[in-house]
Design a binder for this molecule. Structure first.
Ligand SMILES: [Zn+2]
Length: 226
C-alpha cells in the first residue's frame, strides 16, 4: 500500500497543531514562560531539583521542606509543590493575569505580589498542594520552621526558623498587610544564599535588620542538622 499523498490545503485542516501549543504552557498562561521560569508540572515535589522552580529555592527552605515531605508521607500525606521559585517574568505574568481576573490592581494585590516584592521570586516561598498537604503543614509545619504567612493563602509557606521553638508568627490577613509588599524589609529577605541570585537575575540584597519579626538564619535553627 502506498502512503497517502499530502493533502492539498492541509494547513487549513490542521488547526489543532497550532492550538495545542499554549496548552503545553498550561499554568503559566501564554508567551514564552516555561519551566526555566519556574513553571512546575503537576505533582512536582521538593525532590524534583532538576526543575528550576524547585532548584531555585532557598537551600534552608528546601531542606525543611524535604524533612517535612518525608514525615508527611509517613502520615500518608503527599506534599507537592505547586509553585516555588519564579522568574521575574513569570511573576509579572501572574500579576497581569490576576489584574485581568480580579478587575483591578488593588484587588489583584491581595493575591499576587509584584516581581520586586514576591517571596517566590527571591526563592523564599512555596505554594504546597493538595489541600491535605497544606492542612498537614498547618498542624506540623512549625517544627520544621515552615509557616503560613497569609490567611487567604493557606497553601503559601515560608521558612521561619524561630517557629521551631516559638511556633509560627501570626498570619497577615492577605499580602496587602505584609510590610514587604510595600518595600519594607521583612523576615526572610535579609539573607541570600550564594549562587541562587544568578538564575533569578535579581539584585544583591542589602543587609537589613528585620523589624517586628525576628530574622531567620539559614541553618541555625534546624534542629540537629549541620
Ligand atoms: Zn505563594
Amino acid at each position: 500500500m502506498r502512503p497517502a499523498p499530502p493533502a492539498a490545503g492541509s494547513a487549513a485542516t490542521q488547526p489543532a497543531v497550532v492550538d495545542a501549543l499554549p496548552r503545553v504552557l498550561d499554568g503559566a498562561g501564554s508567551g514564552s514562560i516555561g519551566p526555566a521560569d519556574g513553571v512546575l508540572p503537576a505533582g512536582a515535589t521538593v525532590h524534583d531539583d532538576d526543575l528550576p522552580g524547585v532548584a531555585g529555592l532557598d537551600p534552608a527552605l528546601l531542606d525543611a521542606l524535604r524533612r517535612a515531605t518525608a514525615d508527611a508521607a509517613a502520615d500518608g500525606v503527599r506534599l507537592e509543590v505547586n509553585s516555588g521559585w519564579r522568574s521575574p517574568a513569570y511573576q509579572e505574568q501572574l500579576l497581569r493575569e490576576a489584574v485581568a481576573e480580579h478587575g483591578s490592581a488593588a484587588e489583584a494585590a491581595r493575591w499576587v505580589a509584584t516581581a520586586e516584592t514576591s517571596a517566590h521570586v527571591s526563592g523564599d516561598a512555596v505554594d504546597v498542594g493538595p489541600p491535605a498537604a497544606a492542612q498537614w503543614l498547618a498542624e506540623h509545619g512549625a517544627r520544621y520552621g515552615l509557616c503560613p504567612v497569609y490567611r487567604n493563602e493557606p497553601w503559601h509557606v515560608e521558612l521561619r526558623p524561630d517557629a521551631v521553638d516559638g511556633g509560627c508568627p501570626p498570619v497577615y490577613a492577605d499580602p496587602t498587610q505584609d510590610p514587604r509588599m510595600h518595600g519594607r524589609p521583612g523576615p526572610s529577605r535579609n539573607r541570600r544564599p550564594v549562587g541562587r541570585r544568578a538564575r533569578a537575575g535579581g539584585r544583591p540584597d542589602l543587609p537589613v535588620r528585620a523589624g517586628r519579626v525576628s530574622a531567620p538564619r539559614a541553618r541555625g535553627a534546624s534542629r540537629g542538622r549541620p
